[in-house]
Design a binder for this molecule. Structure first.
Ligand code: C2O
Length: 554
C-alpha cells in the first residue's frame, strides 16, 4: 500500500450559524473537518498539532488498528490527551476494510465540532461489488449548539441533570432552510440527470439517531461501517451516531423541473414531544445541462419543491425492520467469517439509572441529591487519570483499573418491566480481560429503568457480527436457536433496541485495551462505557507493538 500523510492543526475558528457566532475547535479551520482518503492496505500517518486551550485526542472510528492500539485515540483509554501546544503522530495500516469511516475528537464533548470523513477506496484495480458510481459525496450529520458545548456538558454534570438539547441538526455543518436565520446555510447536492451517485453518510450527531430520506429518490444501501452488504433499496434509512452507510442514488433520466428536499430527523423513544423544530433539510438540485440562466438557480425559480415523509419520532418498528434487513454480502470474495464456536459468553445490561444517594446515604455524584447515571451491568465507568493501555503495558495497573468487570448482572431482574426493580449504579474502572483469540458472544440487554431507549453501542478495535436481536428480555433457552450465523451484518456500532436486546460475536484477535460505549455522548458522560483488555498471543504477530516515542504522557 501507499503512505498517506496528513497534518491536522487543531485550532479555534469563528463560525456563524443560526445568526449567532462562536469560536469553535476545528481541524485546519474547516468545519466539518478535512476528509482522510486512503485505499485498503495503505499506511496512514496523521500529525495532530494542538493549538487550542483544551486537551485533545482524535479517534479513527471503525479503523481496526491491528496491533496499533496506541493510535486508536480515546483519551485515558489508549493515550493521555495531547496537551495544548503538543503534538502526536497517529500511524496505522488499513487492513481488510473499504467503505466509509470517520474521525472525531475523543475527549469530553469536543467531537461536536471536531469530526470528518475517512474514505477508504478498494485496493488499486479492485472494483466495487456494484456498478461504479458517477460521483461520490460525503454526507455528515451533526448537531449544533448556539452555546459552547463544553459549557453545556460541564454544567449538566455539575447539576446532575440532563444537558440542553442542541439548537439544530446539520448536514455537512449546515442547518438548512427549516431553521430560523439559516436558509443561506443549506447543503445542496448538485446532480446531473441519469447518473448514479454514492452518498457516504456518517452520523456524527452527539445524541441522536436519525432517519434520512430524499423525496422521490429511493436509496440503495450497499455498505455499512466499511463492510459491503447485500444491497437493499429503501425510501428511508436509520443511522445511529457512530454508524456509516453508503447508499447509491440514481437520478431521474432527464431534468425534472423540480427540486427535492432531503430530510434528517431524530428517532427517539425517550423524548417524543420534546422536539419540534428539529428537522434538518438539504436540497437535491438538478443541474439542467441545457438551461440558461445557469442550472444552480433552479431552486430559486419557484419550481415545485418536494419533501419526503419520515417515520414518526418513536417508530421503533421501522427501526427493527430496517436493521433486520441488513445482511453481509457473504460471497467467496467477501465472506462473513462468523465465529461458530464461542469460548466466552457475556450478558451486559445497558441503560440509565441513578446513583443511589437516597438509598445508602452517600452520594457518588458531585451534589447531595441523586443524579443521572448510565451503566453497563450496574457499573458506571469512570475514566482514570492516566491511560489504561499505558498502565497495562507498563505493568502498573494497581490503583488504575481492576480486572473484575462482571460478565452478567450481579442480580438478574426483569430488565424491560415497567418499572424494573434494579436501579443500583456504582462507579468503577473495571475491565474484562480476554486471552488472545477468545471467541466472544455478547448479549446486550436494554433496560427501561428510566424509560426504554435505544443505545448505539460502539466497540473499538473490532468489527462484530450482529447474530440476533429482539424485544423484551433475552431468553437464553430460546433466542440463540434463531441466530443468523450465515450472513449477519458486520459492523462496529449497533443499536441495542429500545426495550430489547442484541447479540453480537467477535474474535478477540487484536491485543490492546478497547473501549466500548454508547455513542450517545450524554450517556458516555453519565458512564455508559467499559473496556476490554485483550492480552498478547504467543506468536510475534499476535503482540501489541511497542508505544511510539511521542505518545503523550498525563
Ligand atoms: Cu466514535 Cu469511542 O467512538
Amino acid at each position: 500500500g501507499a503512505i498517506r500523510e496528513y497534518q491536522f492543526d487543531v485550532q479555534m475558528t469563528n463560525v456563524t450559524r443560526l445568526c449567532s457566532s462562536k469560536s469553535i475547535v476545528t481541524v485546519n479551520g474547516q468545519f466539518p473537518g478535512p476528509t482522510v482518503f486512503a485505499r485498503e492496505g495503505d499506511f496512514v500517518v496523521i500529525r495532530v498539532v494542538n493549538h487550542v486551550p483544551y486537551n485533545m485526542s482524535i479517534h479513527w472510528h471503525g479503523i481496526r488498528q491491528l496491533r496499533s492500539g496506541w493510535a486508536d485515540g480515546p483519551a485515558y483509554i489508549t493515550q493521555c490527551p495531547i496537551q495544548s501546544g503538543q503534538s502526536y503522530v497517529y500511524k496505522f495500516t488499513i487492513t481488510g476494510q473499504r467503505g466509509t469511516l470517520w474521525w472525531h475528537a475523543h475527549i469530553s464533548w469536543l467531537r461536536a465540532t471536531v469530526y470528518g470523513p475517512i474514505v477508504i477506496l478498494p485496493k488499486p484495480g479492485v472494483p466495487y461489488p456494484f456498478p461504479a458510481p458517477y460521483d461520490e459525496v460525503p454526507v455528515l450529520f451533526g448537531e449544533w449548539w448556539t452555546a459552547d458545548t463544553e459549557a453545556v456538558i460541564s454544567q449538566a454534570l455539575q447539576t446532575g441533570g440532563g444537558p440542553n438539547v442542541s439548537d439544530a441538526f446539520t448536514i455537512n455543518g449546515l442547518p438548512g432552510p427549516l431553521y430560523n436565520c439559516s436558509a443561506k446555510d443549506t447543503f445542496k447536492l448538485k446532480v446531473k440527470p441519469g447518473k448514479t451517485y454514492m452518498l457516504r453518510i456518517i452520523n456524527a450527531a452527539l445524541n441522536d439517531e436519525l432517519f434520512f430520506s430524499i423525496a422521490g429518490h429511493p436509496l440503495t444501501v450497499v455498505d455499512v461501517d466499511a463492510v459491503y452488504i447485500k444491497p437493499i433499496t429503501v425510501e428511508t434509512i436509520i443511522i445511529t451516531p457512530g454508524q456509516t452507510t453508503n447508499v447509491l442514488l440514481t437520478t431521474k433520466p432527464s431534468y425534472p423541473g423540480a427540486t427535492y428536499y432531503m430530510l434528517a430527523a431524530p428517532y427517539s423513544t425517550a423524548r417524543p414531544g420534546t422536539f419540534d423544530n428539529t428537522t434538518v433539510a438539504g436540497i437535491l438540485e438538478y443541474e439542467d445541462p441545457t438551461s440558461s440562466p445557469p442550472p444552480h438557480a433552479a431552486f430559486d425559480k419557484n419550481l415545485p419543491a418536494l419533501k419526503p415523509t419520515l417515520p414518526q419520532i418513536n417508530d421503533t418498528s421501522f427501526v427493527a425492520n430496517y436493521t433486520a434487513r441488513l445482511r453481509s454480502l457473504a460471497t467467496a470474495e467477501y465472506p462473513a467469517d462468523v465465529p461458530r464456536e464461542v469460548h466466552r459468553r457475556f450478558f451486559f445490561t445497558v441503560g440509565l439509572g441513578t446513583h443511589p444517594c437516597a438509598v445508602n446515604g452517600t452520594c457518588q455524584g458531585p451534589t447531595n441529591s441523586s443524579r443521572f447515571a448510565a451503566s453497563v451491568n450496574n457499573v458506571s465507568f469512570v475514566l482514570p487519570t492516566t491511560a489504561l493501555l499505558q498502565s497495562h503495558f507498563a505493568g502498573k495497573s494497581r490503583g488504575v483499573y481492576s480486572s473484575n468487570f462482571p460478565a452478567a448482572p450481579l442480580v438478574p431482574f426483569n430488565y424491560t418491566g415497567t418499572p424494573p426493580n434494579n436501579t443500583n449504579v456504582s462507579n468503577g474502572t473495571k475491565l474484562v480481560v480476554l486471552p488472545y483469540g477468545t471467541s466472544v458472544e455478547l448479549v446486550m440487554q436494554g433496560t427501561s429503568i428510566l424509560g426504554a431507549e435505544s443505545h448505539p453501542l460502539h466497540l473499538h478495535g473490532f468489527n462484530f457480527f450482529v447474530v440476533g436481536q429482539g424485544f423484551g428480555n433475552f431468553d437464553p433457552a430460546k433466542d440463540p436457536a434463531k441466530y443468523n450465523l450465515v450472513d449477519p451484518v458486520e459492523r462496529n456500532t449497533v443499536g441495542v433496541p429500545a426495550a430489547g436486546w442484541v447479540a453480537i460475536r467477535f474474535r478477540a484477535d487484536n491485543p490492546g485495551v478497547w473501549f466500548m460505549h454508547c455513542h450517545l455522548e450524554v450517556h458516555v458522560s453519565w458512564g455508559l462505557k467499559m473496556a476490554w483488555l485483550v492480552l498478547d498471543g504467543e506468536r510475534p504477530n499476535e503482540k501489541l507493538l511497542p508505544p511510539p516515542s511521542d505518545l503523550p504522557t498525563c
